[in-house]
Design a protein around this ligand. Structure first.
Ligand code: ADP
Ligand code: MG
Ligand code: ZN
Length: 515
């Protein structure tokens, strides 16, 4: 039995009144190239352990690496999309450290000569304002293998009786994207952090360079946080002139919501220490999704400890300017421009569009409209129940829908059934419930649950007659011209028909009979 001491934390509002947070985000993205960074091994996720390995990615003596051209192209396209300079000449470097899942005992990475540097990404915040995240660099490296700890309760090394290593992931191309210190966010630091990772994920998806599945580890985020004394407004000159405090680096924060929560927690934790006269040590920390706290990892190594030196087995990467310009032509429409175009096409108000962007549902709605739904219906259905449930699960809508197998085609099908008069709104909601419960496509759910509007006009007319006969007072009011009174009768007709009547048709019939 071990007890973990929980750190004291300061109330968040008090923390950001006393201190000015500064962030730095490092995002690792696995490229979805067919082969690894320096050898021809396959990269497919979920293969038999150690079936996608060779002398090069196992680091056997004599194995010689060759750079994956596709990976370099992806790195350059990412750099260009992030408004970076692209190096005319750069090298790989060996980052030396021992870890069982790293068979060469060094990671082939880039150090002081990254392929892309000095860029920015404009990120839209919830209130519609924009924050510019300065990008320090995007560099190429390779992933490590994966350790599996057997015998413990938690899957962590602690308490395990042995460990297994799978080298299939060793050597998969990674791009690490590092921001400059993000200043001037004030209390909105957690929101800005999340918005940046979300915008970056959208951009990488649009570039089609990675699966960007945070839950599968193809996109991973480390969050650096430091505090400095608060002396004025977050963007004021006095405030920006205060030297940066010591940072902690919280590792592997693997969902958008966790990014926000981890940053918020670190701000409260560090504030309590500094306020009590304590010191922040530069260390890595671990995020615990379940308890919502970070705990101390290891004391951070300095770059010196890694004994970086240029990789002697690889030639430098020197993309010609023609190549770079040709790759620039392959970039997708910039996200902000795309958003404006889609808003125009869909006829959404600013507020409606902002809701869609904040829900992370732009791409889903685009695909749903392409599958035949109206933009209004696509927005209504995605931002309704699926969005509410994703929130309740602490997931973003894209991940949540993918996990349930809910697709844009399903929503378009549902909308089609409503437009064709086969479902009314409340039946459509029940059908969607069935789809969310994994019962199949909307058509299959409607069939299996018997959810379909009764198309038999005779049945509807009989119900209307019964209801009119049972409510002579209401009927008299309608005859006197009080058309609003029809609502009460429609409700009863719907009840008689177990919700499976077209309310519009029922209304027409009632009015026709009473006027
Ligand atoms: P490391 O090797 O420690 O991972 P990197 O240079 O890769 O270092 O990344 C460090 C990240 O932390 C960068 O995003 C950088 O902008 C950010 N950073 C540096 N100093 C601070 C600070 N004082 N407070 C917050 N973030 C910082
Ligand atoms: Mg780093
Ligand atoms: Zn290999």
């Amino acid at each position: 039995m071990t007890t973990v001491a929980t750190d004291a934390v300061m109330d968040y509002d008090e923390a950001v009144a006393k201190f000015d947070p500064v962030l730095g985000l490092e995002v690792h993205v696995e490229l979805h190239t067919a082969t690894k960074m320096f050898c021809g091994c396959a990269t497919e996720f979920g293969a038999e352990p150690n079936s996608q390995v060779c002398p090069v990615c196992l680091g056997l003596p004599g194995g010689l690496p060759v750079v994956n051209e596709k990976a370099v192209e992806s790195a350059i396209r990412i750099g260009l999309a992030l408004n970076c300079e692209i190096a005319e000449w750069c090298r790989f470097a060996r980052k030396n450290y021992f870890y069982p899942d790293m068979p060469k005992n060094f990671q082939t990475s880039q150090y002081d000569e990254p392929i892309a540097y000095e860029g920015y990404l404009d990120v839209e915040l919830e209130d519609g304002s924009t924050y510019r995240v300065e990008i320090e660099r995007a560099h190429m490296e390779e992933d490590t293998g994966k350790s599996l700890h057997i015998g413990g309760a938690t899957g962590r090394i602690h308490g395990a009786d042995h460990s297994l290593v799978d080298y299939n992931r060793a050597g998969i191309p990674l791009i690490e994207i590092v921001t400059k210190p993000m200043v001037g966010t004030g209390e909105r630091a957690p929101e800005v952090a999340k918005a940046y990772v979300s915008a970056l994920r959208d951009l990488l998806r649009a570039l089609d360079v990675s699966d960007v599945r945070m839950e599968q580890g193809s996109m991973r985020c480390d969050a650096n946080v430091s505090l400095r004394p608060r002396v004025g407004e977050p963007t004021s000159e006095e405030q920006l002139a205060v030297p940066l405090g010591t940072r902690t680096e919280t590792k592997n924060v693997n969902s958008l919501r966790s990014v926000e929560r981890a940053v918020r927690y670190e701000i409260s934790r560090q504030a309590a220490i500094l306020d009590a006269g304590g010191t922040i040590f530069q260390e890595t920390r671990h995020w615990h999704e379940d308890t919502g706290i970070t705990t101390s990892g290891r004391v951070k190594s300095d770059a010196d400890d890694y004994r970086y030196f240029p990789e002697p087995d690889l030639v430098p990467v020197a993309p010609t300017r023609e190549t770079v310009e040709a790759l620039r032509q392959t970039l997708p429409e910039p996200p902000a421009q795309r958003r404006r175009r889609l808003q125009d096409d869909w006829g959404y108000s600013d507020l409606e569009m902002r809701d869609v962007v904040n829900a992370g549902a732009v791409a889903l709605i685009e695909e749903t409209v392409a599958a035949g739904a109206s933009p209004a219906a696509a927005r209504k259905w995605w931002l309704g129940e699926p969005s509410r449930r994703a929130n309740a699960e602490g997931q973003d809508i894209v991940t949540y829908a993918a996990g349930l197998g809910l697709t844009p085609a399903h929503i378009a099908e549902l909308d089609g059934m409503v437009t064709a008069g086969r479902l009314n709104d409340s039946l459509a909601r029940q059908v969607l419930d069935g789809v969310l419960a994994g019962e199949g496509t909307p058509t299959a759910v409607a069939d299996a649950r018997g959810l379909e509007l009764v198309q038999d006009d005779g049945a509807l007319e009989a119900a209307v007659d019964t209801v009119i006969a049972a409510n002579p007072d209401v009927a008299a009011k309608i005859r006197d011209g009080k058309v609003q009174a029809a609502g009460a009768l429609i409700g009863q007709v719907m009840k008689q028909m177990k919700g499976q009547a077209d309310a519009g048709k029922a209304r027409e019939l009632i009015l026709a009979k009473l006027q």
